[in-house]
Ligand binder design. Structure first.
Ligand code: WTA
Length: 638
């Protein structure tokens, strides 16, 4: 991996070059990939439209970079190791050769089902190797995948399918999660009652849960593969894609009620995920790399599938949850496969930490060399436990800060290359130009300062648009500050110039590392017939990072306990269980300014039980509302 940075001096040189001569820098990085035709122009951009093009004129297919190019030398290297939910079921290993064959076969299945370049395909599968195969098969023929996380409800799937006008859905009869079975196909059936664009559903057998198969619409994965086999030629040449052709859409939450479809394109995303994977973790050939994310989120896209595979790595994927059959599951897996690199989330670390050290102490974790963290700020206690208990004090921790919109890591320590400080994402990777902005749109220079985190210059993995609504992309990310990408995060820069992410500054919550828009949850709660109005805020939660606190004005005749259950059910139906409030407080009124705006600051303070700094309440329509809310909160805590 010739673009791996090996020392801090090399990092400084690379960084300098990436800022002074970004085109030359990224052109050199991109030369490490396989192109059917080389680009004519490395970068063309403006942040006002925004209009961002990387490697224009280049032709390629990302699957040739993730599969074909490794076959000659490393065809028998495991590409995917799959560990099932239930440890008594056999694991599976797919070598690069085997994975390519399966991807080509399934790409032909897609073709047989009338899918062509540019068509959108919704994927709603459990964490099984077929999920990787489905994703890569789409990319093979230039179809655009939209993976929906298995925890989302029928309504959320329908919204996403309709927004992207997907033609086909790939799902399974059911999926396993701990001792639960997720009824995936039944949920898809419910969703499809609202979706006109879908005419085919491919169903993988996984759980043998009884399901209905609709004649003419639903076909079995296994039958379709057999058809391809009897057709004779299993090969499927890779579609020639333009550098800027869309690779996938991934929906994520924002400040408004409607999730947006973040669009990533082919070449820039490939170059960026490959480069960052190789550098952040310093992956070495032959190592086993284990990312615990779900492929339904960006971390799974970039760091289970595309990043590792483009670098010829061995990527371990796990179907289950960290606490099934017991809280030693991750450590068993590390022991079993001699995992070298572990990439997980603070919420998992905190939850496993709470189960006590005995689950760790009996396992051999000596194979570990590098640890990664992603998704939310990591508190010092969790950081030290991760460092000492899991890494035995010898593994560097890469606290990787980035977002769905970024494609890959932006600010992160580089393992064994840059320093590390608990809780700090530390320094920008080459090519990334962060800056801190104040409320008035002015850049905050110098060190030991805090502000809103923006990025001044494009990087290849950044989003290009939001699906079907370019204006929304412009408004959300490029309008708050002129000529900047605004991240929505707050950030502190230390006297040494190190970056520490302090959390969202917008109305987005981060619950167990999942992004949840407060407006989305409010909309769902307001759908309940007994609800008049609601307001959602986050509060510190010992395991989830943030919990969801709902203030709800209900019709006066309700039975509080019953309505609480009904509201939880409503949110589960409309969004999914991940968005369920942890606390619901019924209130008679919400604190509003005279212009009718809810003062969330006050609600946040009450939820945090931080009453000393409520601030000025004199501008409220009715300041007595606050006292009543505080009283109600106290009762609830008892
Ligand atoms: C937060 C996940 C602190 C942040 C890859 C960001 C983090 C949001 C970190 C994106 C980190 C992610 N330290 N906060 N290392 N990583 N975040 O789109 O608030 O699911 O804006 O992408 O998670 O979440 P998303």
């Amino acid at each position: 991996m010739s673009f791996q940075i090996k020392t801090f001096e090399e990092y400084q040189d690379a960084y300098k070059r990436s800022v002074e001569n970004p085109e030359e820098f990224w052109g050199d990085v991109a030369s490490n990939f396989f192109w059917k035709r080389k680009w004519t122009n490395v970068l063309n951009w403006n942040f006002t439209e925004p209009d961002i093009k990387w490697f224009e004129g280049g032709k390629l297919n990302i699957t040739e970079n993730c599969l074909d190019r490794h076959i000659y030398k490393n065809g028998d290297t495991p590409a995917i190791i799959w560990e099932p939910n239930d440890p008594s079921e056999s694991h599976r290993i797919l070598t690069y050769k085997q994975l390519l064959t399966k991807v080509e076969q399934f790409a032909n299945v897609l073709k047989n089902n009338n899918i062509k370049k540019g068509d959108r395909v919704c994927i709603y599968l459990p964490m099984v190797p077929e999920l990787v195969i489905a994703v890569l098969a789409c990319a093979r023929i230039g179809a655009i995948h939209s993976v929906v996380f298995g925890g989302f409800s029928a309504q959320s799937i329908a919204d996403r399918i309709n927004d992207a006008e997907c033609k086909l859905v790939i799902t399974a009869d059911g999926g396993f999660r701990g001792n639960k079975v997720l009824e995936l196909k039944t949920i898809v059936d419910d969703a499809l009652m609202q979706c006109k664009s879908v005419d085919k559903v491919i169903v993988l057998t996984r759980s043998r849960t009884p399901i209905s198969m609709l004649k003419g619409r639903d076909v079995w994965w296994e039958d379709e593969i057999k058809k391809v086999e009897t057709q004779g030629n299993p090969a499927c040449p890779a579609e020639e894609m333009d550098a800027e052709d869309t690779l996938f859409i991934l929906y994520t939450s924002g400040s408004t009620g409607k999730p947006k479809g973040v669009v990533h394109t082919t070449a820039g995303y490939m170059v960026y995920t490959g480069y960052t994977f190789a550098n952040t973790f310093q992956y070495q050939p032959g190592e086993v790399y284990f990312c615990t994310a779900d492929i339904g989120w960006i971390t799974g896209h970039s760091y289970i599938v595309y990043g590792p595979l483009s670098q010829g790595a061995t990527s371990l994927m796990f179907e289950g949850i960290p606490t099934f059959p017991d809280a030693g599951r991750y450590w068993d897996i590390i022991d079993k496969y001699k995992v070298n690199i572990l990439y997980t989330a603070p919420t998992a670390i905190r939850s496993l930490m709470a189960f006590g050290d005995e689950y760790v102490d009996s396992k051999d974790l000596s194979s570990l060399r590098v640890l990664g963290s992603v998704g939310e700020p990591i508190n010092e206690e969790a950081w030290h436990w991760y460092k000492d208990k899991i890494g035995k004090g010898k593994c560097p921790i890469a606290d990787t800060w980035w977002q769905t919109e970024n494609g890959g890591h932006l600010i992160t320590p580089i393992a064994d290359v840059t320093p590390e400080v608990p809780g700090y994402a530390l320094l920008p990777l080459p090519g990334v130009q962060p800056c801190l902005m104040d409320e008035n749109g002015k850049e905050i220079e110098g060190n030991d300062v805090s502000g809103n985190l923006c990025i001044k210059f494009p990087w290849p993995g950044m989003l290009r648009t939001t699906w079907g609504d370019h204006e929304r992309c412009k408004q959300t990310y490029f309008s708050t500050y002129a000529n900047m990408y605004f991240t929505g995060d707050g950030c502190y820069r230390s006297p040494e110039g190190y970056y520490r992410i302090t959390g969202r500054v917008d109305d987005v919550l981060n619950v167990s590392g999942h992004r949840i828009g407060t407006a989305e949850v409010e909309n769902a709660i307001n759908m309940h017939s007994d609800v008049v109005e609601s307001a959602i805020v986050g509060y510190p939660h010992p395991v989830k990072g943030q919990g969801i606190y709902a203030y709800v004005i209900a019709n006066h005749h309700i039975d509080a306990d019953k309505t609480r259950q009904d509201i939880l059910q409503t949110v589960t139906r409309l969004i999914g269980a991940i968005a369920k409030p942890d606390i619901i407080q019924f209130v008679s009124d919400l604190p509003k300014t005279r212009s009718g705006k809810i003062m969330r600051r006050i609600l946040r303070k009450v939820a945090e039980n931080d009453l000393g700094s409520l601030g000025d309440t004199s501008t409220l329509q009715d300041p007595t509302v606050v006292e009543k809310i505080i009283e109600g909160a106290e009762k609830l805590r008892k």
